[in-house]
Write a protein that binds this ligand. Structure first.
Ligand code: GLU
Length: 469
């Protein structure tokens, strides 16, 4: 049997990190077993679905590298197939037309509540054989009245539901459009899905879906219901807790592999190992080892992982992601020093790519203004002499590489009887606009001779102007 898993998001908003986690688990499971991973867009709710949201899903999956082998399949393209199955269920007497009006359903509900019963449809149209004038019917599933559904869930173990707890769910609305439980079953069946890995908010749908499978003469797939991700207050992770959209993490400067690594570890572990390459995840991850209890999202840990990935990844790889961030800042990284070399200089000092992009921007474009406190502290008249001298020496430099530049700086501070920092910090502010940069010699090498001289000139003029003001 070839394993076939799917990710089936509804395009009604952004791609939520919780959704990504189930997508990741489904993807890993397929990859581990040499199977196929399918993307299905559950867009039957036309009012809430949007093209932007579909794009956010596709963009997120691409960014994360969760490539799908089949799809995306859109449920809105499959209405005729759903209709066919609904007709089949009606013909085989597994479904019936229900003519109850909204008012009737409401009073049924009120009576049940008054009797302290669980509100449910009582099946009164099961035996109705004639239409009701002026009422468009819905189609309901004839849920078995006795027996039970046994679900062997790879995460939760055996879960049993009594059929008398389930009422006759609607399969098609009055306008004929199919409902979620019907479309999911038809799709999982037609797409040959062997393992459904999804959030445990769907656990209660599973006995209903299983009964529809049985009514169609099919075995349901194997299920694995993954616990929810919680915020620090133990409530389901939502916007209130901060970023939940995958693209927010991209914008905030996370590497996709750091996010995947973080998500795979939520509710799953392998000894005390924290860092997993994607290849290791595929090898070591098993859905059966996922914890049953919900896990709490810890943004500090994610940040720590991101920093580890930034430190330890190949500069060329980081450069690829960093160039996107520079683009967001309106910077064209081809106009300036080699981006991988900049990354190499910055890797040790960045927790996020956003931070790295901000700190690297001065290599690619003139900064607007000096950071105020830094300029006040470091760019003053006392440094004019040494800085002018340094500029002359830089102008004469034979070779523009870090060790040679280091020597020049040392020689300058010596001849002015200064401590290194008394010249290096003003120089840094002059070159970068702020007192933070990679080692100053490396910074200068990356900046190049012409820009270095121009920025020293700018600082000299600025000090002159300020001291005369
Ligand atoms: N479309 C459903 C959702 O986004 C998922 C359906 C499923 O995985 O069965 O919650």
């Amino acid at each position: 049997m070839t394993v076939r898993t799917r990710f089936a998001p509804s395009p009604t908003g952004y791609l939520h990190v919780g959704g990504v986690r189930t997508a990741l688990f489904s993807w890993l499971y397929a990859r581990k077993h040499g199977g196929r991973f399918i993307l299905r867009i559950e867009d039957t709710d036309r009012e809430r679905s949007s093209m932007e949201s579909v794009n956010a899903i596709l963009e997120g999956m691409t960014w994360l590298g969760l490539e799908y082998d089949e799809g995306p399949f859109y449920q809105t393209n499959r209405f005729s197939r759903y209709r066919e199955i609904i007709e089949q269920l009606l013909a085989s007497n597994h479904a019936y037309l229900c003519y109850c009006t909204r008012e009737e359903l409401a009073s049924m509900r009120a009576e049940q509540m008054a009797r302290k019963e669980k509100p449910r449809y009582d099946g009164r149209c099961r035996e109705r054989h004639s239409p009701r004038e002026g009422v468009s019917p819905v189609v309901r599933f004839k849920s078995p009245l006795e027996g039970r559904v046994v679900i062997r869930d790879l995460v939760r173990g055996t879960v049993i539901f009594q059929n008398n707890e389930l009422d006759d769910l609607v399969l098609a609305r009055t306008d004929g459009t199919p409902t979620y439980n019907l479309t999911v079953v038809v799709d999982d069946m037609d797409m040959g899905i062997t393992h459904v890995i999804r959030g445990d908010d769907h656990l209660n749908n599973t006995p209903r879906q299983s009964n529809i499978f049985y009514a169609l003469g099919k075995e349901p797939p194997v299920y694995a219901h993954v616990p929810m991700i919680l915020g620090p207050d133990r409530q389901r992770l939502s916007k209130r807790h901060g970023a939940v959209s995958v693209m927010n993490y991209r914008e905030a400067g996370y590497l996709p592999e750091a996010l995947l690594n973080y998500l795979v570890r939520l509710g799953w572990s392998h000894g005390d190992q924290e860092i997993f390459s994607v290849a290791e995840m595929i090898k070591l991850f098993d859905i059966e080892d996922v914890n049953q209890s919900a896990s709490t999202f810890n943004s500090e840990k994610l940040l720590w992982l991101n920093q580890q990935y930034i430190k330890n990844s190949a500069p060329e790889h980081i450069a690829h992601h960093l160039s996107w961030h520079l683009g967001q800042l309106g910077i064209d990284p081809s106009k300036g020093p080699d981006l991988a070399a900049v990354v190499k200089a910055q890797q040790e000092r960045s927790k996020t790519l956003l931070e790295m992009a901000h700190n690297s921007a001065p290599f690619y474009r003139e900064f607007e203004a000096y950071e105020e406190t830094a300029a006040r502290k470091h760019l003053n008249a006392s440094v004019l002499g040494p800085l002018r001298d340094l500029r002359e020496r830089f102008k004469e430099a034979q070779s523009w590489v870090a060790p040679a530049l280091h020597e020049i700086i040392l020689a300058t501070v010596e001849s002015h009887h200064l401590k290194l920092g008394k010249l290096a910090q003003p120089l840094r502010v002059a070159i970068m606009g702020r007192p933070i940069s990679p080692p100053i010699d490396v910074t200068l090498e990356l900046m190049g001779q012409a820009t270095t001289l121009a920025r020293i000139d700018r600082a000299l003029a600025w000090i002159d102007h300020r001291s005369n003001a």
